[in-house]
Design a protein around this ligand. Sequence first.
Ligand SMILES: NC(=O)c1ccc[n+]([C@@H]2O[C@H](COP(=O)([O-])OP(=O)(O)OC[C@H]3O[C@@H](n4cnc5c(N)ncnc54)[C@H](O)[C@@H]3O)[C@@H](O)[C@H]2O)c1
Length: 254
Amino acid sequence: MASLTGRVVIVTGAARGIGQEYCCAFAREGARVVAADVLSCEETVARVRDSGGEVVEVATDVTSAQSTEAMAAAAIERFGQIDILVNNAALYGGMWVGPFDQISEADWDRMMEVNVKGIWLCCKAVVPMMKEQGKGKIINVSSSTIWAGDPFALHYVASKGAVFSLTRALARELAGTGINVNAITPGHTMTEASKTILDPETFERFRRQSVKRQIIKRNEEPADVAGTVLFLASDASDFMSGQTLNIDGGRCHY
Ligand SMILES: NC(=O)c1ccc[n+]([C@@H]2O[C@H](COP(=O)([O-])OP(=O)(O)OC[C@H]3O[C@@H](n4cnc5c(N)ncnc54)[C@H](O)[C@@H]3O)[C@@H](O)[C@H]2O)c1
């Protein structure tokens, strides 16, 4: 794969889970990492530094334009450029699950605010710098639940469907700028968040069902997702834009 040495990547939702894994994977490839989250990224920073990587933590709330602009400014101040944005932050861990007619309006609105508006604001914050550079990679994290149509999290599934469509439209809108916008749809991945959303029995049933439907018959781990993100961030994918890659062990075909 083409090298990411010296590239500057902002990963949102970098404090834990798959976002933390992206930060470590980018650092291993020689990229300089901006770890952005509402939570402390202390653990992520320690993991990246332990492996000899360069990282800065920027406290960021993706739902606030002021905060996302400050995130981009901090990346530029520290590293002088922004080459890659991974829009990974989402309301996932801790989300309410249950029948569609029992989702509260507040939960619905908050889901859209973090998972959809948050991506729009982060894109708005980094695009000026990427345009100036004549090149940039934006990778939006959707979910394979949009292909499966998994029930009992309608607000979450709908928000991830919006990520799929905004990726296509933004890619077209940025035609000719050198900025590629792509998305990924990870499957049921073994993070703490996945384990805490459902009660242990339901989690285990869903995990088994997922593995059974997959072509690759094992659990999906955060590291399984990182490789595709590195590819979409690298020059190896320069001729791809507006695309969505599914990484779920073959659970869903679309
Ligand atoms: N784990 C899975 O099975 C799975 C499957 C498909 C897609 N995904 C997606 O992958 C991503 C990571 O999943 P995960 O399992 O690591 O979940 P997670 O809940 O552990 O990670 C989400 C991160 O986003 C951060 N975040 C939430 N609101 C924020 C805000 N307003 N501003 C900044 N940061 C905020 C959280 O603090 C957290 O660190 C999410 O987009 C999730 O929807 C996960």
